[in-house]
Design a protein around this ligand. Structure first.
Ligand SMILES: Cc1ncc(C[n+]2csc(CCOP(=O)(O)OP(=O)(O)O)c2C)c(N)n1
Ligand SMILES: [Mg+2]
Length: 307
């Protein structure tokens, strides 16, 4: 097991990376605001606090790779496509929606990207796609994002078994935020993610850092190895800043405070104030403009299903 230690100081990011990080942050905050005002229906789960995971992975994945996302997937989508208009339209059921407005927040299909709100469902699907890639497009991989709570689903282990046995190019990204809805991981998981990966002979890497540059540097070779040698579990020790979905945060105040203390946002602003404030202001304005523009669109129609 390898561990990346969290440095106190976050290294300076390229403007483009910071823009993407902040795009995800402000997109998610805007969603909660819109829900709060009753302008959105259905449900949604924000990735507040976890934005850096797909941003760090972004350049390590190529266009031939498949990404499988889960219920907390807006950051995964935005890192892949940088398309806040299409995503917000999908969530608001407006024209220009990625899946014609029938997928909503959790069920999005576009090119080689698929998300699902059904916990664990993506693992066997991703393993199957990895098998196909190994045969038909060697060098490409399937990357699947799951949470810590999803390790309670049996399908996860069936997928890990075959991925190990057939040495499938499967990158399992675990966003371990220490909680599943309202159940702390410590109350529901026997053993560890590392121990479970080891049971299948699958290498495991634990990432504690929130520093995008540092994470990339460490993962670059490991991800390249997946393409040739087989599966890898990368476990991010991360923090859910917001509620599980909208107004359902049942955590004690000290747990919420601990999550906030780990947030990259304030630390990055502190370490790189000029760059941060310049880009933060611009991205806030961009997200506001996206929200205004999408909200003014006519309702989406069923005739434009998932592409
Ligand atoms: C098969 C299935 N069971 C239950 C649910 C309801 N549910 C949605 S998210 C969630 C918790 C997921 O926890 P975790 O995997 O840790 O992801 P996180 O929400 O923390 O990102 C549950 C129980 C579901 N969506 N699918
Ligand atoms: Mg969780």
């Amino acid at each position: 097991m390898t561990e990346i230690l969290d440095g106190l100081r976050l290294s300076r990011l390229a403007d483009d990376d910071l823009e993407l990080l902040l795009l995800v942050r402000h997109f998610e905050l805007k969603l909660l605001e819109l829900y709060g005002r009753g302008e959105l229906g259905g449900t949604t789960h924000t990735c507040l606090g976890q934005e850096y995971v797909p941003v760090a992975l972004r350049p390590l994945l190529g266009p031939a790779d498949h990404v499988f996302s889960n219920h907390r997937g807006h950051g995964h989508y935005l890192a892949r496509f940088r398309d806040p208009h299409g995503l917000l339209a999908e969530i608001m059921g407006r024209q220009g929606a990625v899946c014609g407005g029938v997928g909503g927040s959790q069920h999005i299909h576009r090119d080689r990207y698929l998300s699902t709100g059904v916990q664990g469902e993506s693992m066997p699907v991703a393993a199957g796609v990895a098998l196909h890639l190994k045969r038909a497009e060697p060098g490409a991989l399937a990357c699947v994002h799951i949470g810590d709570g999803t390790w309670g689903e049996g399908a996860v282990y069936e997928a890990l078994n075959l991925a190990a046995l057939w040495r499938l190019p499967l990158l399992v990204v675990v966003e371990n935020n220490g909680i599943a809805q309202s159940t702390p991981t410590a109350s529901q998981m026997a053993g560890t993610v590392a121990g479970r990966a080891a049971a299948f002979g699958i290498p495991h890497l634990r990432v504690v850092s929130t520093d995008v540059n540092e994470i990339r540097l460490t993962l670059e070779e490991e991800v390249a190895r997946v393409r040739e040698a087989g599966p890898l579990v990368v476990e991010f020790v991360t923090h859910r800043l917001g509620p599980h979905s909208k107004g359902d945060d049942v955590r004690p105040a000290d747990a919420v405070r601990a999550a906030r203390d780990n947030d990259w946002y304030g630390r990055y602003a502190h370490h790189h104030p000029e760059q941060f404030h310049r880009i933060d202001g611009a991205v806030r304005a961009e997200v506001q403009a996206v929200a205004d523009e999408v909200a003014a669109r006519p309702l989406s129609r069923w005739e434009a299903p998932c592409g």
